[in-house]
Design a binder for this molecule. Structure first.
Ligand SMILES: *Cc1c(COP(=O)(O)O)cnc(C)c1O
Length: 502
């Protein structure tokens, strides 16, 4: 049999899913060409299209049953690419400033392709010899980038939520004082575990306390100062009070870059309190931790290194395509102590690094590859430059909004700025209750208008009862020209919404 005959036999055995190398090449090249054209055309495309769920379902022919017979791959891929290009919201669009969701790095797209081709199962070293080593190196590089002490423990997970949830489980196992993994939080010897955080904390905390059995009632909400930062004195008081009542203060959460305004909690002071009181210090750095690599950003980011665990989101400021989150822990054993189900005495000498033991997942994809490749492609210097660029653009946005007579600039931290539209004739009365309420409604409607425009995308924040527009720049495609056009664009739509509201 010739090689060609053997391939033909294989194809007949595996049916339509297994294709000949030539067909793979042709379809792959065609798809890459299509994607390249899409990426080139992105700045001129609408950022999103107004499509009702009903319209989308009709484009999809949503009600059709599962096909009995297969179809050819190439046209299927081609029509699917068009379906997605025409009915998506593009977070890689240069004027996407909505959520902290980055423009995807091209090397990340290609890396996911390569990872799927090799398809290592990074749950066990034996199933992923080089991939496991690459993940370990990538985790260490992320730690080095943010100045977290190495050697360090950690692994890649789906995103910031999972990274934070893993951090909470590590804290629970380390701090409970009884075998909480075996006996649960309702054990006879159990005491009430408490977690401390501000209301600016992302909702992962509710999910994590719920999933871990602590319950959301275990969260002690600590007040913030005028800059949305945790108040350390209030934290100390809450801890003392809980101790006096017999509870176990388990973990304090400091956020490095809050979702609403990019505020960085006083991480140094929190670290001191945690050290004095013997409490696990977790930092949610999903968004902001990476900015600690940028000289001159929030001073408190330098204290990240004192945390027992840190959540970082490569699919935010490392510009990775979904999904890539990363959790780092100071003591690598902390993760095994929280997740492994074979006792440590199996491992003599160098412990076998099976990532299944370090987190909740069993089979694991090769998320690390894209991060590992991107960190090399850009290098530390490249990343610092890109993050610093986003921060500069955000500061420019804030400055230009402040100069516009119809806009009010509120906050600017890291690469998030908040602002709102205030009609000039209402400016002096903007604090009056009636006007304040009107402005809230007006800006809410304005947000919808902006989001549906397809020209730019922002989101919102509510600060001291004020409904604000919020721009987050985590986007290497954004230019100064994109930013410079924003204030008048927002004001023009604001004027229209105001005229229609009176
Ligand atoms: C984005 C974000 C999260 C959640 O991360 P996902 O990747 O969306 O799961 C948690 N905390 C902060 C501060 C974030 O910015």
């Amino acid at each position: 049999m010739t090689t060609h005959d053997i391939l033909a036999v294989r194809a007949s055995r595996h049916g339509p899913i297994a294709i000949a190398p030539d067909e793979f090449r042709r379809a792959g090249h065609a798809l890459v060409d299509t994607i390249a054209e899409f990426l080139q055309s992105l700045p001129d495309r609408p950022l999103t299209t107004e499509s009702s769920p009903a319209a989308l379902r009709s484009h999809l022919d949503a009600e059709r049953p599962l096909p009995d017979d297969g179809v050819a791959m190439e046209p299927l891929l081609a029509s699917t690419a068009q379906l997605l290009f025409e009915h998506s919201l593009f977070n890689g669009h240069p004027r996407f400033f909505g959520y902290i969701t980055s423009s995807p790095a091209p090397i990340g797209m290609l890396a996911d392709f390569l990872a799927a081709a090799v398809n290592p199962n990074v749950g066990a070293r034996q199933l992923s010899p080089m991939a496991t080593e690459i993940e370990t190196q990538a985790v260490r590089w992320v730690a080095e980038l943010i100045g977290y002490p190495t050697p360090t423990g950690g692994l890649f997970v789906s995103g910031g939520n999972m990274a934070n949830i893993v951090g909470l489980f590590a804290a629970r196992a380390a701090m409970a004082g009884w075998d909480v993994r075996a006996e649960g939080v309702a054990a006879a010897s159990a005491r009430t575990l408490k977690v401390y955080a501000t209301h600016e904390t992302h909702t992962w905390l509710q999910k994590a306390t719920d999933l871990s059995g602590l319950g959301t009632a275990s969260i002690r909400w600590i007040p913030t100062d005028d800059s949305q930062r945790l108040d350390p004195r209030a934290l100390r008081r809450a801890i003392d009070q809980d101790r006096a009542e017999g509870a176990v203060p388990m973990m304090v959460v400091g956020t490095a870059g809050t979702v609403s305004t990019g505020a960085v909690d006083p991480l140094g002071e929190i670290a001191d309190i945690c050290r004095d009181a013997g409490i696990w210090f977790h930092v949610d750095g999903a968004y902001g931790a990476l900015a600690s690599a940028v000289p001159g950003t929030a001073r408190d980011l330098q204290h990240l290194s004192q945390a027992d665990s840190v959540a970082v989101d490569p699919h935010k400021w490392l510009y990775m395509p979904m999904e890539a989150g990363c959790v780092l822990v100071r003591d690598a054993e902390a993760l095994r102590n929280s997740f492994a189900y074979h006792p440590p005495y199996y491992h003599f000498g160098e412990p076998a690094l099976n990532y299944v033991d370090y987190g909740p997942q069993n089979s694991r994809g090769f998320r690390a590859l894209k991060v590992w490749l991107a960190l090399q492609q850009a290098g530390r210097r490249g990343y610092v430059e890109m993050m610093a660029g986003d921060i500069r653009l955000s500061q420019r946005f804030h400055h230009l909004v402040g100069q516009h007579p119809e806009l009010e600039a509120l906050t600017q931290q890291l690469s998030i700025n908040t602002f709102r539209y205030v009609p000039p004739e209402l400016h002096d009365r903007r604090a009056d209750a009636d006007t304040a309420e009107y402005l809230n409604g007006l800006n809410q409607k304005l947000l919808d208008r902006i989001q549906l425009s397809g020209e730019a995308f922002v989101s919102n924040a509510v600060l001291d009862g004020q409904y604000l527009l919020r721009a987050c720049i985590v986007n290497f495609n954004t230019t100064e020209a994109d930013i410079d056009a924003m204030p008048e664009f927002v004001a023009r739509l604001g004027r229209e919404v105001h005229a229609a509201s009176r």
